[in-house]
Design a protein around this ligand. Sequence first.
Ligand SMILES: NC(=O)c1ccc[n+]([C@@H]2O[C@H](COP(=O)([O-])OP(=O)(O)OC[C@H]3O[C@@H](n4cnc5c(N)ncnc54)[C@H](OP(=O)(O)O)[C@@H]3O)[C@@H](O)[C@H]2O)c1
Length: 268
Amino acid sequence: MTALVIPSAHDQTITFAQVAVPNVAADELLVEVKAVGVGIHDSYFLPRERSYPFPIGIEAAGVVAQIGSAVIGYVPGDRIAFISMMQPKGGVWAQYAAVRSDSLILAIPEGMSFEQAAAMPVAGNTTLRALHALSAIGEGSSVFVAGASGAIGTFALQLARARGWRVAGVDGAMAVQPQTTGDSARVVKQGGTVVTISGDTETPPGVKVTGLAYDLDVQEELLALMDDVAAGRLQLVIEHVYPFSDALNALAKVQTRHARGKSVLSLA
Ligand SMILES: NC(=O)c1ccc[n+]([C@@H]2O[C@H](COP(=O)([O-])OP(=O)(O)OC[C@H]3O[C@@H](n4cnc5c(N)ncnc54)[C@H](OP(=O)(O)O)[C@@H]3O)[C@@H](O)[C@H]2O)c1
Protein backbone atom coordinates (compact mmCIF):
# COMPACT_ATOMS: atom_id res chain seq x y z
CA MET A 1 0.00 0.00 0.00
CA THR A 2 1.03 3.63 -0.33
CA ALA A 3 1.82 5.50 2.87
CA LEU A 4 3.52 8.67 3.99
CA VAL A 5 6.34 7.49 6.21
CA ILE A 6 9.34 8.32 8.30
CA PRO A 7 11.82 6.09 6.42
CA SER A 8 14.28 5.08 9.16
CA ALA A 9 15.75 5.96 12.55
CA HIS A 10 18.52 7.84 10.71
CA ASP A 11 16.36 9.51 8.07
CA GLN A 12 13.33 11.25 9.57
CA THR A 13 12.37 13.05 6.34
CA ILE A 14 8.70 12.30 5.76
CA THR A 15 8.20 10.78 2.32
CA PHE A 16 5.91 8.50 0.29
CA ALA A 17 6.73 4.78 0.28
CA GLN A 18 5.20 1.42 -0.55
CA VAL A 19 4.77 -0.59 2.66
CA ALA A 20 2.95 -3.78 3.68
CA VAL A 21 -0.67 -3.60 4.82
CA PRO A 22 -0.46 -4.03 8.64
CA ASN A 23 -1.36 -7.36 10.24
CA VAL A 24 -4.44 -7.22 12.43
CA ALA A 25 -4.13 -8.47 16.02
CA ALA A 26 -7.07 -9.98 17.90
CA ASP A 27 -7.96 -6.63 19.49
CA GLU A 28 -7.66 -4.54 16.31
CA LEU A 29 -9.64 -3.46 13.26
CA LEU A 30 -8.15 -3.04 9.81
CA VAL A 31 -9.55 0.13 8.28
CA GLU A 32 -9.43 1.15 4.63
CA VAL A 33 -8.61 4.82 5.02
CA LYS A 34 -10.75 7.19 2.93
CA ALA A 35 -9.76 10.55 4.42
CA VAL A 36 -7.22 11.85 6.92
CA GLY A 37 -7.33 14.79 9.33
CA VAL A 38 -4.12 16.81 9.24
CA GLY A 39 -2.58 18.35 12.36
CA ILE A 40 0.69 19.93 13.34
CA HIS A 41 1.29 16.97 15.67
CA ASP A 42 1.43 14.47 12.77
CA SER A 43 5.15 14.92 12.21
CA TYR A 44 6.20 14.48 15.84
CA PHE A 45 3.47 12.68 17.82
CA LEU A 46 4.97 9.22 17.44
CA PRO A 47 5.24 6.06 19.56
CA ARG A 48 8.64 5.54 21.15
CA GLU A 49 8.69 1.93 19.91
CA ARG A 50 8.20 1.92 16.15
CA SER A 51 9.27 -0.10 13.18
CA TYR A 52 10.45 1.58 9.97
CA PRO A 53 9.32 2.70 7.51
CA PHE A 54 6.74 4.18 9.88
CA PRO A 55 3.47 5.67 8.50
CA ILE A 56 2.62 8.90 10.34
CA GLY A 57 -0.80 10.30 11.32
CA ILE A 58 -3.33 9.76 14.09
CA GLU A 59 -6.79 10.77 12.82
CA ALA A 60 -8.82 9.44 9.90
CA ALA A 61 -12.10 8.14 8.57
CA GLY A 62 -12.70 5.02 6.53
CA VAL A 63 -14.35 1.66 6.17
CA VAL A 64 -13.83 -1.39 8.40
CA ALA A 65 -12.10 -3.98 6.20
CA GLN A 66 -11.18 -6.70 8.69
CA ILE A 67 -12.07 -7.43 12.32
CA GLY A 68 -9.75 -8.98 14.92
CA SER A 69 -11.02 -12.19 16.51
CA ALA A 70 -11.61 -10.58 19.93
CA VAL A 71 -13.40 -7.48 18.64
CA ILE A 72 -17.17 -7.23 18.82
CA GLY A 73 -19.63 -4.59 17.67
CA TYR A 74 -18.37 -4.01 14.11
CA VAL A 75 -19.07 -5.52 10.70
CA PRO A 76 -17.01 -5.11 7.53
CA GLY A 77 -18.15 -2.01 5.70
CA ASP A 78 -18.88 0.05 8.83
CA ARG A 79 -18.05 3.72 8.27
CA ILE A 80 -15.95 4.99 11.16
CA ALA A 81 -13.87 7.98 12.18
CA PHE A 82 -11.13 7.44 14.75
CA ILE A 83 -8.02 8.55 16.57
CA SER A 84 -5.29 5.89 16.45
CA MET A 85 -2.48 7.07 18.68
CA MET A 86 0.87 5.57 19.60
CA GLN A 87 0.26 2.54 17.36
CA PRO A 88 3.70 0.89 16.93
CA LYS A 89 2.54 -0.64 13.62
CA GLY A 90 2.11 2.81 12.13
CA GLY A 91 -0.37 5.60 11.71
CA VAL A 92 -3.16 6.53 9.35
CA TRP A 93 -1.49 8.42 6.48
CA ALA A 94 -1.81 5.21 4.53
CA GLN A 95 -4.32 3.26 2.49
CA TYR A 96 -4.92 0.91 5.43
CA ALA A 97 -4.44 1.28 9.19
CA ALA A 98 -4.59 -1.19 12.10
CA VAL A 99 -6.67 0.46 14.82
CA ARG A 100 -6.85 -0.89 18.37
CA SER A 101 -10.45 -1.44 19.40
CA ASP A 102 -9.95 0.62 22.58
CA SER A 103 -9.14 3.68 20.45
CA LEU A 104 -11.62 6.55 20.14
CA ILE A 105 -13.82 5.11 17.35
CA LEU A 106 -16.92 6.98 16.15
CA ALA A 107 -19.65 5.73 13.84
CA ILE A 108 -20.01 8.28 11.05
CA PRO A 109 -23.54 9.67 10.95
CA GLU A 110 -25.58 9.39 7.80
CA GLY A 111 -25.08 12.39 5.56
CA MET A 112 -21.51 13.05 6.73
CA SER A 113 -18.71 12.58 4.21
CA PHE A 114 -15.43 10.82 5.00
CA GLU A 115 -13.64 14.17 4.61
CA GLN A 116 -15.90 15.82 7.20
CA ALA A 117 -15.61 12.84 9.54
CA ALA A 118 -11.81 12.85 9.33
CA ALA A 119 -11.76 16.52 10.29
CA MET A 120 -13.62 15.99 13.57
CA PRO A 121 -11.98 13.56 16.04
CA VAL A 122 -8.96 15.56 17.26
CA ALA A 123 -10.45 19.04 17.02
CA GLY A 124 -13.81 17.93 18.46
CA ASN A 125 -12.29 15.87 21.24
CA THR A 126 -9.88 18.65 22.23
CA THR A 127 -12.52 21.36 22.12
CA LEU A 128 -14.93 19.34 24.27
CA ARG A 129 -12.21 18.71 26.88
CA ALA A 130 -11.33 22.40 26.88
CA LEU A 131 -14.99 23.31 27.43
CA HIS A 132 -15.12 20.88 30.37
CA ALA A 133 -12.01 22.51 31.81
CA LEU A 134 -13.91 25.82 31.72
CA SER A 135 -17.15 24.34 33.01
CA ALA A 136 -17.17 26.56 36.11
CA ILE A 137 -17.96 29.48 33.81
CA GLY A 138 -21.65 30.25 33.98
CA GLU A 139 -24.13 31.24 31.29
CA GLY A 140 -23.71 34.85 30.21
CA SER A 141 -19.99 34.78 31.04
CA SER A 142 -17.33 35.52 28.49
CA VAL A 143 -14.43 33.58 27.01
CA PHE A 144 -11.34 34.41 24.92
CA VAL A 145 -9.87 31.97 22.38
CA ALA A 146 -6.20 32.38 21.33
CA GLY A 147 -6.36 30.68 17.92
CA ALA A 148 -10.01 31.20 17.09
CA SER A 149 -9.87 30.68 13.31
CA GLY A 150 -8.08 27.33 13.45
CA ALA A 151 -9.33 23.77 13.65
CA ILE A 152 -10.03 23.87 17.39
CA GLY A 153 -11.00 27.54 17.57
CA THR A 154 -13.74 27.38 14.93
CA PHE A 155 -15.52 24.73 17.01
CA ALA A 156 -14.73 26.48 20.28
CA LEU A 157 -16.37 29.76 19.21
CA GLN A 158 -19.62 28.11 18.13
CA LEU A 159 -19.86 25.82 21.17
CA ALA A 160 -19.04 28.65 23.57
CA ARG A 161 -21.85 30.73 22.05
CA ALA A 162 -24.21 27.76 22.28
CA ARG A 163 -23.46 27.65 26.03
CA GLY A 164 -24.53 31.26 26.32
CA TRP A 165 -20.99 32.59 26.68
CA ARG A 166 -19.95 35.78 25.02
CA VAL A 167 -16.73 35.39 23.05
CA ALA A 168 -14.60 38.39 24.12
CA GLY A 169 -12.96 39.96 27.32
CA VAL A 170 -13.39 37.75 29.79
CA ASP A 171 -13.94 35.18 32.53
CA GLY A 172 -12.09 32.30 30.90
CA ALA A 173 -9.73 31.66 27.97
CA MET A 174 -8.56 28.83 25.73
CA ALA A 175 -4.86 29.12 24.90
CA VAL A 176 -4.81 26.94 21.79
CA GLN A 177 -1.33 27.76 20.50
CA PRO A 178 2.01 27.43 22.30
CA GLN A 179 3.13 30.46 24.35
CA THR A 180 -0.34 32.00 24.38
CA THR A 181 -1.15 31.28 28.05
CA GLY A 182 0.51 34.46 29.30
CA ASP A 183 -1.20 36.67 26.70
CA SER A 184 -4.53 34.94 27.36
CA ALA A 185 -4.18 35.51 31.10
CA ARG A 186 -3.83 39.25 30.54
CA VAL A 187 -7.39 39.45 29.17
CA VAL A 188 -8.88 37.20 31.85
CA LYS A 189 -10.29 38.81 34.97
CA GLN A 190 -8.77 38.15 38.42
CA GLY A 191 -9.67 34.60 39.48
CA GLY A 192 -10.69 33.53 35.95
CA THR A 193 -9.49 30.37 34.20
CA VAL A 194 -7.11 29.75 31.30
CA VAL A 195 -7.15 26.28 29.76
CA THR A 196 -3.85 25.56 28.05
CA ILE A 197 -4.36 23.26 25.05
CA SER A 198 -0.81 23.23 23.69
CA GLY A 199 0.76 22.26 27.03
CA ASP A 200 2.26 25.64 27.99
CA THR A 201 3.85 25.51 31.44
CA GLU A 202 3.45 29.23 32.18
CA THR A 203 1.53 30.01 35.38
CA PRO A 204 0.60 33.69 35.23
CA PRO A 205 -0.52 35.15 38.57
CA GLY A 206 -4.16 35.95 39.37
CA VAL A 207 -5.75 33.28 37.15
CA LYS A 208 -6.22 29.53 37.38
CA VAL A 209 -4.29 27.70 34.64
CA THR A 210 -5.56 24.23 33.82
CA GLY A 211 -4.83 21.57 31.20
CA LEU A 212 -7.20 19.10 29.55
CA ALA A 213 -8.58 16.14 31.51
CA TYR A 214 -7.67 13.07 29.46
CA ASP A 215 -9.51 10.67 31.77
CA LEU A 216 -12.80 12.33 30.82
CA ASP A 217 -14.98 10.33 28.40
CA VAL A 218 -16.30 12.70 25.71
CA GLN A 219 -17.17 10.05 23.11
CA GLU A 220 -20.96 10.54 23.40
CA GLU A 221 -20.56 14.31 23.21
CA LEU A 222 -18.33 13.95 20.15
CA LEU A 223 -20.90 11.74 18.45
CA ALA A 224 -23.53 14.40 19.21
CA LEU A 225 -21.21 16.99 17.67
CA MET A 226 -20.91 14.88 14.52
CA ASP A 227 -24.71 14.61 14.39
CA ASP A 228 -24.92 18.40 14.71
CA VAL A 229 -22.50 18.83 11.79
CA ALA A 230 -24.28 16.23 9.65
CA ALA A 231 -27.61 17.97 10.34
CA GLY A 232 -26.19 21.45 9.62
CA ARG A 233 -26.63 22.75 13.20
CA LEU A 234 -22.88 23.20 13.66
CA GLN A 235 -20.47 24.46 11.03
CA LEU A 236 -17.40 22.34 10.38
CA VAL A 237 -14.78 24.60 8.80
CA ILE A 238 -12.52 22.71 6.40
CA GLU A 239 -9.86 24.97 4.93
CA HIS A 240 -8.84 22.59 2.15
CA VAL A 241 -9.18 18.96 1.06
CA TYR A 242 -5.87 17.85 -0.47
CA PRO A 243 -5.43 14.73 -2.61
CA PHE A 244 -3.25 12.18 -0.77
CA SER A 245 -0.45 12.86 -3.28
CA ASP A 246 -0.33 16.42 -1.90
CA ALA A 247 0.04 15.34 1.75
CA LEU A 248 3.37 17.09 2.30
CA ASN A 249 1.84 20.43 1.26
CA ALA A 250 -1.00 19.87 3.75
CA LEU A 251 1.52 19.18 6.50
CA ALA A 252 3.51 22.29 5.56
CA LYS A 253 0.31 24.38 5.72
CA VAL A 254 -0.65 23.26 9.24
CA GLN A 255 2.93 23.81 10.37
CA THR A 256 2.49 27.53 9.60
CA ARG A 257 -0.08 27.66 12.48
CA HIS A 258 -2.20 29.99 10.37
CA ALA A 259 -5.00 27.64 9.38
CA ARG A 260 -8.56 28.72 8.73
CA GLY A 261 -10.23 25.54 10.00
CA LYS A 262 -9.06 21.99 9.41
CA SER A 263 -7.02 20.47 6.58
CA VAL A 264 -7.95 17.03 5.28
CA LEU A 265 -6.38 14.48 2.92
CA SER A 266 -8.66 12.53 0.59
CA LEU A 267 -7.79 9.00 -0.49
CA ALA A 268 -11.02 8.62 -2.44
N1 LIG B 1 -3.73 18.92 24.24
C1 LIG B 1 -4.28 18.26 23.26
O1 LIG B 1 -4.87 17.19 23.42
C2 LIG B 1 -4.20 18.83 21.88
C3 LIG B 1 -4.91 18.21 20.85
C4 LIG B 1 -4.85 18.79 19.59
C5 LIG B 1 -4.09 19.92 19.37
N2 LIG B 1 -3.38 20.45 20.40
C6 LIG B 1 -2.55 21.66 20.18
O2 LIG B 1 -3.35 22.68 19.60
C7 LIG B 1 -2.58 23.42 18.68
C8 LIG B 1 -3.17 23.31 17.28
O3 LIG B 1 -4.50 23.74 17.29
P1 LIG B 1 -5.32 23.84 15.92
O4 LIG B 1 -5.29 22.52 15.24
O5 LIG B 1 -6.60 24.53 16.20
O6 LIG B 1 -4.30 24.78 15.13
P2 LIG B 1 -4.53 25.62 13.80
O7 LIG B 1 -5.74 25.16 13.10
O8 LIG B 1 -3.23 25.61 13.09
O9 LIG B 1 -4.77 27.09 14.42
C9 LIG B 1 -4.52 28.22 13.69
C10 LIG B 1 -5.05 29.41 14.48
O10 LIG B 1 -4.14 29.77 15.52
C11 LIG B 1 -3.91 31.20 15.44
N3 LIG B 1 -2.60 31.47 16.01
C12 LIG B 1 -1.39 30.97 15.61
N4 LIG B 1 -0.41 31.41 16.44
C13 LIG B 1 -1.02 32.21 17.38
C14 LIG B 1 -0.54 32.96 18.47
N5 LIG B 1 0.75 32.96 18.83
N6 LIG B 1 -1.44 33.68 19.21
C15 LIG B 1 -2.76 33.68 18.90
N7 LIG B 1 -3.27 32.98 17.86
C16 LIG B 1 -2.40 32.26 17.11
C17 LIG B 1 -4.08 31.50 13.98
O11 LIG B 1 -4.42 32.84 13.81
P3 LIG B 1 -3.72 33.77 12.69
O12 LIG B 1 -3.57 32.94 11.45
O13 LIG B 1 -4.67 34.90 12.57
O14 LIG B 1 -2.40 34.12 13.30
C18 LIG B 1 -5.27 30.61 13.62
O15 LIG B 1 -6.46 31.21 14.12
C19 LIG B 1 -1.18 22.81 18.68
O16 LIG B 1 -0.35 23.55 19.55
C20 LIG B 1 -1.43 21.41 19.20
O17 LIG B 1 -0.29 20.86 19.81
C21 LIG B 1 -3.43 19.95 21.64
